[in-house]
Every structure is written in structure tokens, then in C-alpha cells.
Design a protein around this ligand. Sequence first.
Ligand code: SAM
Length: 238
Amino acid sequence: SSVRIDVLSIFPSYFDGLTLSLLGRAQSAGIIDLRVRDLRDWTSDRHRTVDDTPYGGGAGMVMKPEPWGLAIDELTASSESVGTSVPTIIFPSPAGEVFTQATARDLSTRDHLIFGCGRYEGIDERVFEYAASRGEVRLVSLGDYVLNGGEVATMAMIEAIGRLIPGVVGNPESLVEESHEDGLLEYPSYTKPAIWRDRSVPDVLLSGNHGVIASWRRDQQIERTRRRRPDLLPDDPS
Ligand code: SAM
């Protein structure tokens, strides 16, 4: 049974990159069923209009609710054929909950995800309310900055979620040791040659002593996290 991911966007070709590498292979292998859809397919006017001026005034345009409503109806109706009654509908938004590795883990267990990519000043608010009657709605932010549209945020989320879906990453052990999985940043990595431009690999890594290596790596993780991301550590004055 594959994980179904639908994406709604007015720029579907953004997602061409997801046919490459691990996620591309996961699609060929039938692990992920990714379908990118043009929101304009659910318009009916000659100009395929998806935006209009904001009620109450102000700069910019707002995405009209009608195409979103029709698209959500169609994509959530097909959830029945995916074998789940409640799809998860994710709207990237700078005003949403911040996306973390924990969010990615949570979403990687769903069997139907729908991403709705906003553009302009965003989507008519009633779309989120309506979507909540058709699935579980999550407004998710990539971080505290503003992008031009939801496409890049959606790609980042699909990549983070996708690599946690069983079978996508060949060696599941490589997932366990990564940054953020244990609440710490990852330890530094080295490969051959042992000396490069007068810089040596730390001796401990050449020692062959796995216990010592493991504790050195742990120390490096804690030290790095303290230095670069103290906000990740529990409040500990020591
Ligand atoms: N006026 C909106 C606001 O201030 O909240 C920003 C709209 S932004 C220019 C257009 C679209 O980009 C949003 O609808 C959302 O889909 C996406 N977007 C922008 N920043 C984002 C972020 N930090 N995380 C996720 N999506 C983002």
C-alpha cells in the first residue's frame, strides 16, 4: 500500500525536482504515489482566474475560494479509494505551527496527504474552514520568514516526510543518527583521505575503538548543540 500525496499549485512544474533521487525512486517503486495538480483545472472562466481583490481593501490579491473548494472535493473523494476516511490537508503558511522533525514523523504515518500551495497574499480564510469538514487540516510554517508561495515549503515538507516512509531510504539506520532525531545536532563526519590540505581527521576516529568513538561523537553532539542551538537543550545551568 503506497502513501498518496496530492499537491495543489498554480505552478506544478516546481515539483519536477521530486522525480529525482530517493523520492523519484520511491515513486517508481510504488512506495509514494505523488500527484501534482494545477489548481487552474478547477476554474471555469476563460482566463482560469484563481485570485481577486481583498474585501476590506489592502495591497495584493487573495486566492478565490471556488477553485479550492472543487479541488478539495475531488481529492478528498478519492481518499476513499486510498483506504482511509480522513485525509490530512496541509496548507503551508507563515502563520501556521512550525514544521519540525516531529511534525515530519507524525505526517509520515498518514496514508493520504494533500498539500494546498498558496500564492499572492494567501487563500480566502473560508477555504481552511471548509477543508476541515473534509479532512484533518494543518497550517504549517517552514520558519519565521515569508516565501512567495507554498511550493518551496511543500517540497521541503515532502522531502522530510518522504524519507521517513519505510522503504524510501535504503538503510533505516542512517535515519536514526541524524540531527534532530535525538534532540541534538549531528556529530561531525569525515572520510578519506586521513590528511587533506594539512588537516587531519580526529585521531579517535582512526582508533578502531567503537566505545570511545561513540562517546566522542556524543560529546561532539552536545558541544555543537550548546554552541549553535542552545535553544534545543533543556534549561540546565551546568
Ligand atoms: N500574507 C501572508 C501572511 O503574511 O501570512 C503571506 C502570503 S505568502 C506571500 C504566499 C504563500 O506563501 C502563503 O500562502 C504560503 O502558502 C506560502 N508561505 C510563505 N511563507 C511561508 C512559510 N514561512 N512557511 C510556509 N509557507 C509559506
